[in-house]
Ligand binder design. Structure first.
Ligand SMILES: *Cc1c(COP(=O)(O)O)cnc(C)c1O
Length: 360
């Protein structure tokens, strides 16, 4: 008997309750829609709903997803100003303020919170303040930050906050969510180019689901993924969000301390305050191919080579979800230490950093 088959239908009440749990997790009173697809669905839906010819977007590029957002914005006929910073750093609120001052017409800002691919994270609270003062909408990709670091959607002035379950939440990749502020709905409603009668339409969800009292689902939900999302939300509530966040912070601190003790690798993101809690990226020394090294390691370890142009020189140690544990971090460091010479005190350094970080 498979537990995945012959399940009773997932009803509207359960679906709405899961949306409310997500709203609590995001610290928002705005509408939350649990979108029935991987997180790229609500990211693309948010951009196509808000963007149009005649609008101007500031697209902040701190990793590969920013490049994707820029392409969607241009496809919508929006004038796009890219603010690109080295992927080994965070963008600062001052840089954003400068870019907005240089382009007063900006009415939409896209930003990624934590970047799992490059291992950096951005100061959203300070950036949100600058964007709000300018009067633009702020879209945030919080897929890799939710449950790994504080995410205060309303307090930070985030109008469109997108999350997925597959990173720190340790949940399914097949459903995702977006919160939509009143300001964002106003803009979307006024946008003749916003998708309507489309799988990418946020307005369809608003009309047929949210505003209709959430009593009848517009189509059959992704039932297994919804059950898994509900289960991982329950698990976070049981552990507490603060403890889940602390575990990710400690995993990053321990990994970074261990890598410093290893010596052979350098941290791709040198500044601790710009380091993401979900993944630590390492530069391999000249002559040590990152892809080859990753291949040679136990495939059960959450270590992979960097993507794209960085594949040869970047290693990524993932520590999100269940992998945000001291055991997993130590197993990763032990495997790396076995590949280099003269690595002393690695485990001790990692354990000490874990203890300090977990205590807050
Ligand atoms: C993981 C992630 C996503 C989701 O993309 P997948 O590659 O499908 O996992 C989106 N944005 C960010 C910043 C991510 O880290």
């Amino acid at each position: 008997m498979s537990p995945f088959l012959d399940l009773p239908p997932l009803g509207a009440a359960r679906f709405a309750a899961i949306e409310d749990q997500v709203a609590g997790l995001l610290r928002t009173r705005a509408d939350v829609i649990v979108t029935q697809g991987e997180a790229l669905l609500p990211l693309e839906a948010a951009i196509r709903s808000a963007a149009h010819p005649g609008s101007t977007a500031l697209n902040i590029v701190t990793g590969p997803y920013g490049q994707t957002f820029g392409n969607w914005l241009r496809d919508c006929g929006t004038k796009v100003v890219d603010l690109v910073v080295p992927f080994s750093t965070a963008v600062t609120a001052d840089q954003v303020a400068e870019a907005l001052a240089a382009e007063p017409a900006v009415d939409f800002v896209s930003l990624v919170h934590a970047e799992a691919a490059t291992g950096n994270t951005n100061p959203v609270a300070a950036i949100g303040e600058v964007v709000r003062a300018h009067g633009a909408l702020l879209m945030l990709d919080a897929v890799a930050s939710v449950a790994a670091e504080p995410l205060l959607t309303d307090a930070w002035g985030v109008d469109l906050c997108v999350i997925g379950g597959q990173k720190a939440m340790g949940g399914p990749a097949g459903v995702s969510a977006v919160s939509v502020s009143d300001r964002a709905w106003e803009r979307i409603l006024a946008n003749p180019a916003a998708p309507r009668r489309s799988y990418l339409s946020l307005l369809d969800w608003k009309e047929r689901w949210t505003d209709a009292g959430r009593t009848v689902l517009p189509h059959a939900p992704a039932q297994l993924e919804m059950l898994a999302l509900g289960a991982c939300l329950d698990r976070i509530e049981a552990e507490t969000l603060d403890a889940t966040i602390a575990r990710h912070r400690a995993a990053a601190a321990a990994t970074r301390a261990g890598v410093r003790a290893l010596g052979t690798f350098s941290l791709f993101v040198p500044d601790d305050s710009a380091a993401a809690p979900v993944a630590t990226t390492l530069r391999t020394p000249p002559g040590l191919d990152a892809a080859g090294l990753a291949e040679a390691l136990d495939p059960a370890l959450p270590i992979q080579a960097g993507g794209g142009a960085l594949a040869g020189e970047l290693l990524r140690v993932n520590h999100y979800g269940r992998a945000a544990s001291l055991d997993t971090v130590l197993a990763c460091l032990t495997a790396l230490a076995a590949r280099v010479q003269g690595a002393d005190g690695v485990i001790e350094a990692a354990e000490a950093a874990w203890s300090v970080a977990i205590a807050g």
